[in-house]
Design a protein. Structure first.
Length: 340
């Protein structure tokens, strides 16, 4: 059984923790803008002590574990979101008491390096987590047919959330929020759409969503923090839908990481695999699509690529643990999540 944190209502506290990278001075103004975005929506915001920490991480590992635990277990805090990802949240995994974090479930939100924490919390405890925008991206308008993470954390138990493929996406570059801290629009300049890699037939498949950033969650394979097969046995009799997105890995690295996950049982019980649109480079003789086919085409389940679930804006809000249905065909692509 999946447990969902209670929905947020106006006046609730959103905590900002930095379990990976903090916010250095050049981005301080954007942090203020993002916090104001939350307060304008009626929420209180509590910044953790490491949010303005500098360096490859926001602070020592034990301090980061304490900051995250303190916010996640504070009964007044109903959601915790990081400013952004980073590099080595992996070092927190053996410093966290996962049962304590799950005792009174609080929404944990984010993506990129934060998926290193989201996925283990769901896999180990059956508590839903949200692979959605980080705080610094929250002021950007989320175009239909997608949902901002704030809408998801306010959804009632049993709610049905319907999203779909982006009509347009950002093909290159990024918005430098140090230069333009008030930015609210991403320039979406290329036609969107998902691609089936293993065949041409229409797809309609259901299962429990699990996944994250390929470069980070691939390190969980074969550890107590990445046992998707055990999660499926305990919480997903319907099977799983695995989603993975490469932040920047080239095609050869993607093939290696997908094969490593496969050998570790990551796709046991999977009814489909969703691969995020990526700007990772092709290599001679191997495109990103080729890499996915090489590793996964013979799984015997639909494999969809160019899904809007990663580092290329815009970004689906995906609830780890939610019962999802994916439909893909000539009529378009739809992802429906039910919070039960």
């Amino acid at each position: 059984m999946i447990r969902y944190p209670r929905p947020l209502v106006a006046g609730d506290v959103i905590g900002v923790a930095s379990p990976s990278a903090g916010v250095a001075t050049p981005h301080a103004r954007r942090l203020d803008v993002a916090v104001r975005h939350l307060t304008d929506r009626g929420f209180e915001v509590r910044l953790g002590p490491l949010v303005r920490g500098v360096g490859v991480t926001s602070g020592p590992v034990d301090a980061r574990a304490a900051e995250l635990t303190g916010l996640m277990t504070d009964p007044a805090v109903r959601a915790v979101v990081p400013p952004w990802g980073g590099e080595i949240a992996l070092d927190l995994l053996d410093r966290l008491d996962w049962d304590t974090l799950a005792a009174d479930p609080t929404w944990l939100v984010g993506y990129s390096d934060i998926s290193t924490l989201l996925l283990p919390l769901t896999l180990r405890t059956g508590v839903a987590t949200l692979h959605g925008q980080n705080l610094m991206e929250t002021p950007f308008r989320v175009p239909a047919p997608m949902l901002p993470w704030l809408d998801v954390v306010q959804a009632e138990p049993g709610a049905t959330l319907v999203q779909g493929a982006a009509t347009r996406y950002r093909s290159a570059g990024f918005t430098d929020v140090a230069v333009d801290p008030e930015a609210t629009e991403e320039p979406l300049d290329a036609a969107g759409g998902w691609t089936r890699l293993d065949g041409d037939d229409a797809v309609r498949v259901s299962g429990r969503l699990v996944g994250g950033c390929l470069e980070t969650v691939s390190h969980l394979a074969g550890t107590p923090y990445g046992d998707v097969a055990a999660f499926a046995a305990a919480h997903a009799p319907e099977g799983t839908i695995v989603y993975l997105e490469a932040a920047a890995a080239d095609a050869a690295d993607v093939a290696r990481r997908l094969l490593g996950l496969r050998y570790a049982g990551f796709f046991v019980g999977a009814n489909a695999v969703l691969l995020g649109r990526t700007r990772g480079a092709d290599v001679p003789g191997l495109t990103q699509h080729d890499a996915a086919r090489h590793a996964l085409a013979d799984l015997g389940v639909p494999v969809l690529a160019d899904v809007d679930c990663g580092h290329v804006p815009p970004h689906l809000a995906l609830v780890n643990g939610a019962l999802a249905t994916v439909e893909h065909g000539d009529g378009g692509s739809v992802l429906t999540q039910v919070l039960r």
